[in-house]
Structure formats: C-alpha cells, structure tokens
Design a binder for this molecule. Structure first.
Ligand code: NAP
Length: 384
C-alpha cells in the first residue's frame, strides 16, 4: 500500500526516553515536513501540545487518547515508543477493528511474530524491502544491544564469516527508560552527599569513605531503588529483563534470536542460525550499550582484512585503533553518547587461535538501538 502524500502519522510515547530522542531526530532530519503528525498520550488526553512538540504540529493541536481505537484507526502509520504493555493492549483490537496501516514500534512485543520484520535498514534493507513487497505491515525496532552490535559488526555476518559469537554486555541505565535514568542520578547524589565532608577533608581515610559508601548503598530506600530493585550507582546488575527459567535472561535470549531474525537467518528462513550466547549486565552509565565480543570465524582471515571489512560496512562505524590512547579516548560511552557513531575497537586475534576474534562495540542505544530505525522506516515508507 503506497502512502498518500502528507500521511497521518500517529506518535505515541513521544515523551519517554526513546520518544524524546525520536522527536529530536525527526526534527533534525525534517521528517515532520512530510507528514501530518498526530500526537497521542496515555496521561494527558485532551491537553494542549506541550512546547517540546507544539512546533511540529500542523492541523492537530491537542493530545489524542492513545487508547482510542477510532482515533488510532484514522492514522496511516502509527509509531509507538510507549512500551510493550501498550502494544499488547492496543494493537490486537486496532487490527481487529480493520485497521490496515503501518505499525512501527520500539517495544519487543511483536518482534518475533511471523508477520513482523525487525528493522535495521543499514543491515537488513533486503529483508525490509522483501517484506514490503509482500504487504507486511508491522515493522519493529530491534533490541537495543543487538542493533548497536550489528551496526558495528554487521559486515562479518554479511560476509558469512561468523561460526558463533559470545558477548558480555555493559548496558546503560537509560535502557530501562526515563525513570531509571533519574533513579541512577538520585543514587549517585545520595552517595556523594553521604561522603561529602570526608571528600572535602584531604586527610580523611579512604577506607572510611569506602565503608560509608557501602553502608549508604546497602541502606538505600525502596523509593530510591524502585526501578532497578537494587542499587546501581557504584555497582552493577548482571541480569536484565525477565528470567526465562533456564539460567538465561530474556535480554540474553534476544541476542541470538533477534540477530538471526534481523539477518534473515534461522529455521524460519530455511537456513542455520548463528549461535550467539550473551551475559547481559546493567552498569551505571547514562546512555550507550557496550559489549565485549568473542567471535569464532568460519576461517582464518588476516586481521587487516577484517578491519577493512568492518570499517567499510556503513558510514556510522567509527573504527578505534586497538591501542590504549585511542581506546580510552574513543571507545567509551562518554565519547559516543548522543552521536550516530557506533564505535568498534579492541579488534584483535585472540590467544585461542587464528580463527578467534575479539572486539568491543559501543553505540548510543537510544539512537541506533531505538529511535533511528523507527524514523528511517517511516522514510522508507514515504519513499516506497
Ligand atoms: P519510558 O522512558 O519509560 O517512556 C514510556 C512512557 O512512560 C512515556 O511515553 C510516558 O507516557 C510515560 N512516562 C511516565 N513517566 C514519565 C517521565 N517521568 N518521563 C517521560 N515519560 C514518562 O520508556 P522508553 O525507555 O522510552 O521505552 C519505550 C519502549 O521502547 C519500551 O518498549 C522499551 O522496551 C523500548 N526500547 C527502549 C530502549 C531504551 O534504550 N530505553 C531501547 C530500545 C527499545 P505518557 O506520556 O503517555 O504518560
């Protein structure tokens, strides 16, 4: 179905972490000029558009009810960053009501459905184009960690060089959403306040500071740990998302399942899946998901050839030479956050043997891992 010019595009979840970044990017890329934006809300129905988005509006100037199926049905495209519970509640009745529009979603709910494509067009444009030609209407953003990894190392998969891969991830607080980011900063503030007098005194004993911090972390209130359940400031949490009951987290499962689906691999596509195993860890970074990877290659390829392959895959790969100074300057969340670059570094052959490659990737998960594939999908529809 070709879109009419100036299609009605419903935007749900524009106030959240992903949604705010999406609004920024759509504005920066001039997307609003090509659409009639319709803003929805679950918490301020009927309210005037807040200043942050008011300038993007054309004819629609108040917030519509995000649970109103008739209002949603009037849209040609819906882009939602509202979350999985919203998708579960609204998507089935909307389709049941006969809506034939395009559903573009950041949530995981529909990702593995047969009638949905996981979108990451610099990596899987052929999969997206094939689905469009078959009339597929659901285009879902991938898991943030998976998308950032594939933007960095997609070249190795495209060249069919990967026999298997293991990842240890270092995922930022913002991966959980706006409230999680606030909670992390609140915790850091509480920790700093607890030792401020000791820090101000150069003669204070470091073990006193250390003991005070540990006691404060352990004593954080339920309110201060409402989102992460335990302290994250000055700590880490080696479990993300739900418990699958087999010793793995849902986040870890996504690493294998979604990577293969994005690439159009696995039994659903009549090919063998690439085995991918992960340990997913939440760390006290604000933005950016990082991961340390060990890759078994199908054959021994010279390191220089692998480096050239990775660097030439797409314009956003920012290759960091494997030395100390380039790494500490360029391969950190602070260096990458807020940019479209996906940094790839620490690329080296491992002591395990010539077919084993190590690498470290960092991407701003709110950009390539969430908002950017959604707005690019809208552009693909507009160009179709
Ligand atoms: P979020 O920040 O929690 O926002 C979701 C909704 O929460 C907002 O649209 C807003 O809805 C409501 N909200 C309540 N209090 C808020 C506050 N203080 N500030 C802003 N919004 C608030 O969630 P998110 O991280 O954007 O995630 C949205 C979806 O994208 C989820 O399905 C998530 O799994 C997925 N995703 C997230 C990331 C990531 O890195 N965060 C990456 C990939 C995919 P109302 O305006 O209607 O009240």
């Amino acid at each position: 179905m070709a879109l009419s010019s100036n299609p009605r595009v419903g935007l749900v979840g524009w106030r959240g972490m992903v949604g705010s970044v999406l609004m920024d990017r759509m504005q920066a890329e001039g997307d609003f000029a090509l659409i009639e934006p319709v803003f929805f809300s679950t918490s301020n129905v009927g309210g005037a558009l807040p200043a942050a988005i008011a300038s993007f509006a054309k004819n629609e100037t108040t917030l519509k009810d995000a649970n109103d199926i008739a209002a949603l049905k009037a849209c040609d495209v819906i882009i939602t960053c509202q979350g999985g519970d919203y998708t579960k509640a609204v998507y089935p009745p909307l389709r049941a009501a006969g809506w034939k529009g395009y559903w573009i979603d950041a949530a995981k709910t529909l990702r593995m459905e047969n009638d949905a494509v996981i979108i990451l067009d610099p990596v899987n444009m052929p999969v997206i184009k094939n689905a469009l030609s078959k009339g597929v209407k659901n285009y879902i953003g991938g898991n943030c960690t998976v998308s950032c990894m594939l933007m960095g190392l997609g070249a190795l998969f495209k060249a069919d060089l990967v026999e298997w891969m293991t990842a240890t991830t270092y995922q930022a607080a913002s991966g959980g959403g706006a409230q999680h980011m606030r909670e992390l900063l609140t915790q850091y503030g509480t920790l700093n306040a607890a030792v401020r007098p000791l820090l101000d005194n150069p003669a204070s004993a470091i073990l006193d500071i250390d003991r005070q911090i540990a006691a404060t972390q352990r004593g954080l209130s339920a309110e201060e740990t409402k989102n992460f359940m335990v302290p994250l400031g000055g700590s880490l949490i080696p479990w993300i998302d739900s418990d699958r009951g087999d010793g793995t987290s849902l986040e870890e499962w996504k690493g294998g399942a979604e990577t293969n689906k994005i690439l159009g691999r696995g039994p659903g596509f009549g090919t063998e899946a690439v085995p991918i195993d992960s340990t997913c860890v939440r760390v006290g970074a604000m933005r950016c998901h990082s991961q340390s990877l060990a890759i078994k290659l199908k054959k021994d390829v010279p390191l220089a050839d692998l480096e050239a392959l990775i660097q030439s895959d797409n314009e956003w790969v920012s290759y960091v030479p494997n030395n100390r100074m380039d790494t500490v300057k360029g391969l950190t969340p602070v260096a990458v956050t807020g940019t479209m670059n996906v940094a790839v570094g620490r690329v080296r052959k491992l002591a395990l043997g010539p077919q084993y490659l190590g690498a470290f990737t960092i991407g701003d998960q709110l950009l390539w891992g969430a908002a950017e594939p959604l707005r690019r999908m809208l552009r693909i529809l507009l160009a179709d």
